[in-house]
Structures are given as C-alpha cells and as structure tokens.
Design a protein around this ligand. Structure first.
Ligand SMILES: *Cc1c(COP(=O)(O)O)cnc(C)c1O
Length: 330
C-alpha cells in the first residue's frame, strides 16, 4: 500500500527511535525535563519569540494559542475552511467559549478587504468584539497553499492598527518555509502566537508547540494542565522533535516535488501545488477513493467531490511514480 491519506501517517525512523531512546528526561510538569526545555527554547528561537510550550497535539496548541488572544464571549476571524473552524470538533467554542466569523477564500488566503469589512471593534453591549485574526500557513484544506509573506505583513499592520492579535496555525509552517525560502523568523514576526506541529511532515510520532510571549506561554502552561495535557517524562517525545528539526526539514522539498508528480497524474496544474498536498476534484470522490485503494493507493475524500493526496517521509520517489500511474489510469 502507498499511503497518501495524510502526512501524519509516518512512522519514526530507526535514527529517530534511537534519539528517543537516548533522551535525558525528567518530570515536565515540574519543569524538569531537559529535553523538553531544549525543544521549547529551540523552537521559540526559530520563530524569534520568547517562549514555547510542548503539547500532545496541534489542536491543543491551537486552542491554547487562540485563547491567549480571545476570551469567552469574544470572537476570532478566520478563513471558512481553517482547521480551527472545521477540524477541531468545536474545541475553541467548547473550551474557551469564543465564537468565530469567517471569510471564504478558495486558496485559504488572507482577504484583507473582507477582513476589514467584517471586523467588529468593541461596540459596547451590542456586538461580539473581534480580538484576534487567525491564518493557516500552509492551508490544509486549500491544498497546502502557502500564504505570501507580504499578505501576512499587511495583515499584521492592519491588526496592530486596530488593536487585535494575530494567531498563525503553522501546523505545516515548515513546508511554507522550505517551499519559499522564507526564514521562519519572518513568519514568527507577523504573529503574536503560533501553533506548529512536529507530527506532520517532520515525521515525529507525537507533538506540537505553541509559540509566543513569556506571559502567554506561562498562562498556556496552566491551561494545558487544566485540559489534561501536562505530560511527565515527555523528553522521549521531544527528542523525536529535535531529531526531526535536525534531519527532516530540508527534505520536505522532496515531498513537494512528489506532490507535483501526483498532481500532473490527476490533471491538476502542478503550478497550483505549493507544497505536499494535492486536492483533486472528482465527481464521485468516495468511489474514486475505493477504486484507488483496490489498486494499492490510499487517498482520502475531503468533500463529496474532493480527493486529497498528501506526500510525506514514507513516500519515496518510486512510490510517488507508482501511485501517479495508478491515479492517472483511474
Ligand atoms: C493537523 C493539523 C493541526 C493539528 O492537528 P492534531 O491532529 O490535533 O495534531 C492543526 N492545524 C492544521 C492546519 C493541521 O493540518
């Protein structure tokens, strides 16, 4: 089976497992796990922020990050197919008590004119107040689309001007970095808080981080524990993340090249494939998924007429070419 359902499906490499086995550990709820501390300091530094917090999942990092900017009864603006809006099972409403309003962009991009038109300042006891704007880079359901740095800078300037925060869901920020050559610190500079994943393209088995100011991270540490996310000898997991940062970032370029091979086979213009995700329109996505599985290629339906293919660490060039041949036939 060639598994293109998601880049979360990767299994840790032998080298990664060895790094995990060697990890120095302590009780991280006591703040005594040296490997977790090393990972948090390193990731904070990569984005030019003061601090970071290791979390079990990207969803938890997003909930903690958004709630640092938005209180119960306030709202965050985001794109309609954002992961925070669609794929976290209402966590932000359920835990934080915030609401969301959305703009729609087929490529998941920043749409500043629409954001300006729906933004609501504090208008007293009449309208929910906007206190943050969230962007997703790369944008998962928009097919791994990269958000151009200039758009993010314009958004940062606007948000600062109207006094609201910016959250970036950077689950795949590494892919944006490798695809465009934009330094991570430039992405860090346009957001007050970020969530980044180690368990997607980077190939770690578990783990994400929230990145932000010292104060925001201190408060998030309390909320992480409250939510049941305090982990003890988590250095074993953090070691996988450190290994991934050392060895699995630059190679994302291979995943991007493999995605373009698959795109071509599916009749999708490779020029529209920014990173490692291809979304192809098929009149009957479910039937297409079943037919591909029968021929040894696993893909997923992300809508009644949309099929998603994702390349990753466990898909070689040879796998990509074999899968492309199967998909082209279908
Ligand atoms: C995967 C993903 C997350 C986090 O997902 P978890 O499964 O909770 O780790 C967040 N945002 C985006 C865009 C994602 O693709």
């Amino acid at each position: 089976m060639i598994d293109l359902r998601s880049d979360t499906l990767t299994k840790p490499t032998d080298e990664m497992r060895a790094a995990m086995a060697r990890a120095e550990v302590g009780d991280d709820v006591y703040g005594e796990d040296p490997t977790v501390i090393r990972l948090e300091e390193r990731v904070a530094g990569l984005f030019g922020h003061e601090a970071a917090l290791f979390t079990p999942t990207g969803s938890m990092a997003n909930v903690l990050a958004v709630r640092s900017l938005v209180a119960a009864g306030q709202e965050v603006l985001c794109e309609a197919s954002a992961h925070i809006a669609r794929a976290e099972l209402g966590a932000h409403g359920a835990y934080t008590g915030l609401t969301m309003r959305t703009w729609i962009h087929p490529r998941g991009q920043v749409d500043l004119p629409t954001i300006r038109s729906i933004f609501a300042p504090d208008m007293g006891p009449f309208f929910v107040a906007t206190t943050a704007i969230s962007v997703e880079n790369t944008h998962n359901f928009a097919g791994g689309a990269v958000l151009p740095l200039q758009d993010l800078r314009d958004l940062r300037e606007y948000a600062t001007g109207v006094g609201v925060g910016v959250h970036m869901d950077g689950a795949r920020i590494w892919n944006a970095h490798v695809a465009t050559g934009t330094p991570l610190v430039e992405y860090g500079a346009v957001a007050d808080v970020l969530a980044v994943c180690l368990s997607k393209g980077l190939g770690a088995p578990v783990g994400s981080l929230m990145v932000g100011s010292r104060d925001a991270i201190a408060e998030a540490r309390v909320w992480r524990k409250r939510m049941g996310g305090g982990m003890r000898q988590a250095g074993i997991l953090a070691a996988a993340g450190l290994h991934a940062l050392d060895h699995h970032v630059e190679r994302l370029a291979d995943d991007h090249a493999h995605a373009r091979v698959l795109a071509e086979a599916c009749g999708v213009d490779p020029a529209t494939v920014d990173t490692n995700i291809v979304v192809a329109q098929r009149s009957d996505a479910a039937a297409f998924v079943a037919a591909a599985a029968e021929q040894g290629v696993l893909v997923s339906a992300v809508g009644p007429t949309a099929v998603r293919l994702v390349t990753h660490l466990d898909v070689s060039r040879d796998d990509a070419e074999k899968a492309a041949a199967v998909l082209a036939r279908l």
